[in-house]
Design a protein around this ligand. Sequence first.
Ligand SMILES: CC(C)(COP(=O)(O)OP(=O)(O)OC[C@H]1O[C@@H](n2cnc3c(N)ncnc32)[C@H](O)[C@@H]1OP(=O)(O)O)[C@@H](O)C(=O)NCCC(=O)NCCS
Length: 145
Amino acid sequence: MSKEMNSAEVTRGRLTTRTMAMPADTNPAGDIFGGWVLSQMDIAAGICAGQRAQCRVVTVSLDGMSFIRPVKVGDILGVYTDILKVGRSSMDINVECWVRRGRIGHREKVTEAVFKFVAIDEDGNPTPVPNLEELPAYAVDEHKS
Ligand SMILES: CC(C)(COP(=O)(O)OP(=O)(O)OC[C@H]1O[C@@H](n2cnc3c(N)ncnc32)[C@H](O)[C@@H]1OP(=O)(O)O)[C@@H](O)C(=O)NCCC(=O)NCCS
């Protein structure tokens, strides 16, 4: 079985963003800053949460952040998101980053974490996340898997 087929190495959730790690995002050692990767995860989780809630959302907490392997310049970073739980106004989103080394190499998981987002109204107060049945068809499609 190839490494990509190993169940421990299977992506979880939906590919939400893809971007390339650039030299401007490196630390003095030449690897990509953890903070840059974290911000990519926050962006992807925010897209996922906003589509589920169909309104403004904010990050409220972050659990289990794990930097598993370094990210290098030229890697393609793919961020996968999966909604684990929906509360009244909150959503727990599993976020994984995978890279394709040097743009074309095999895929490796580099980070994972669970982000909690809260749906907010125009005044910045928590607002209920709608039920799936209340969502427009295109938004339900985004959350079928
Ligand atoms: C998110 C925010 C609106 C929540 O306000 P609040 O007064 O705590 O609201 P509530 O107590 O009603 O909690 C709302 C939900 O958030 C959850 N929550 C609030 N604070 C939390 C925390 N620190 N950790 C985990 N969950 C939290 C609650 O459990 C609740 O979930 P539920 O509705 O699904 O039951 C407020 O904390 C906020 O604006 N935080 C800043 C967010 C932000 O700016 N993020 C970007 C950082 S740069």
